[in-house]
Ligand binder design. Sequence first.
Ligand code: NDP
Length: 460
Amino acid sequence: MADYDYDLFVIGAGSGGVRAARLAAMSGARVAVAEESRVGGTCVIRGCVPKKFMVYASEYSKSFDTARGYGWEIGETRFDWPKFLMAKDIEIARLSGIYVRNLQNAGAELIHGKARLTGRHTIEVEGHGTVTAAKILVATGGRPWMPTDVSGIEHAITSNEAFHLEQLPKRVVVAGGGYIALEFACIFNGLGVDTTVVHRGPNVLRGFDDDIRSHVAEEMEARGIKVRLGTRITDIEKTADGLVSRCSDGHATTTDVVMFALGREPYTEGLGLDAAGVAVTENGAVKVDEYSRSSVDNIWAVGDVTDRINLTPVAIREGAAFAQTEFFNNPTTFDHEMVASAVFTQPQIGSVGLSEADARHKYGKVDIYMSKFRPMKETFYGGHQRAMIKLVVEQAGERIVGCHVVAPDGPEIIQMAAIAMKMGVTKPQWDATCAVHPTLAEELVTMRDKMAPPSLGAVS
Ligand code: NDP
């Protein structure tokens, strides 16, 4: 590979790109990574990590109420948004610095600038000229998608801007019913913002189990979030009183901030994929095989730019598998089955495997075990938040094919369930596990009564 400047050139220093670059460099390969923004990518800079800090901050309002119920005297509480933002930005800078150091310690070269493919082995980096590489990895991630048919859309923000609002708004409307819309709606609500969700579908979180979807929507409403379903924002007008969002059902909402979270798109603009002959899907994602190899045999892609499962740990595993295959002579693929995910709504969702509807479609006969209850932490002080746990079991082999938890720490709980399910656990094996008492999660191994089919509360 001596004819090229680098053995590997990675475009994008996010979760997938950094993991691949570090591993490849540790094999002794000459590796460079180009990043046009800050090192760390969406997850660290404008996604999972700062979002989780916001979730933590916003959860305190409920914690204060709970604490009072447990006997604490708590005076007036006040949230200082600028103080929080500053602390959050310092922590993000620290984490980004760790990513930079990890790359450098592994021996990878970091180049700041937007990279563009000019051929299958050539890359032009803004401000740095053209370099050549034997292998190229595209790991540019995704970015918020904005509709073009909403008049006044320029007044709306995306999640990118939500992390840097100068002031905490008093009123916000969030368009969308997916991960980002609901997580931010709960964050704003927890911080005391009057919050409305506007979603076109009959229920939020399409793709999740229907009982979970209904339960989360109900719990969000119980916390004071207005959830407006079956409608969409068609027009945003700036007035003296704020931004007026008009909806297709004739309803209008006036708020200080309008946030759109209608999905994300692969970030390939200006990347020169066509110059290199790299094929893309209808959605503009880089087409790859199971080894993340594109249609050009020396170019690979991992993470959100391939639009497979758009989650940080998946990008990391795809990047690692690529590096193992190409730089450690150890052909490795990442298995995209049984990947657990979390939605940091309040209450939170942890989910792995199939929804009841998908399991019925795939296996025909399934057994459903479901429990909806007020955890003991709530009952003590008269709190109303309900947890929900649902298991989906395919009848023939008794394998647990879906596990869904809506609860504080639901995402922490699901990580452990995911291990057992990845190993193919059956319901009898699951039930043989003794409960841990007193916990919320013990309900997982104590559900013995099947729901009468089809499960109650299912919404199509
Ligand atoms: P999602 O795909 O989760 O949700 C998009 C939402 O926008 C859906 O409710 C969809 O409705 C709606 N929508 C799409 N197009 C339109 C339209 N033209 N008009 C009105 N509504 C529309 O996207 P997000 O932006 O929330 O998140 C993107 C991805 O990022 C997620 O899928 C996930 O992979 C990742 N992510 C993961 C997180 C986590 O792990 N906790 C957190 C945040 C993001 P409909 O359902 O009807 O299609």
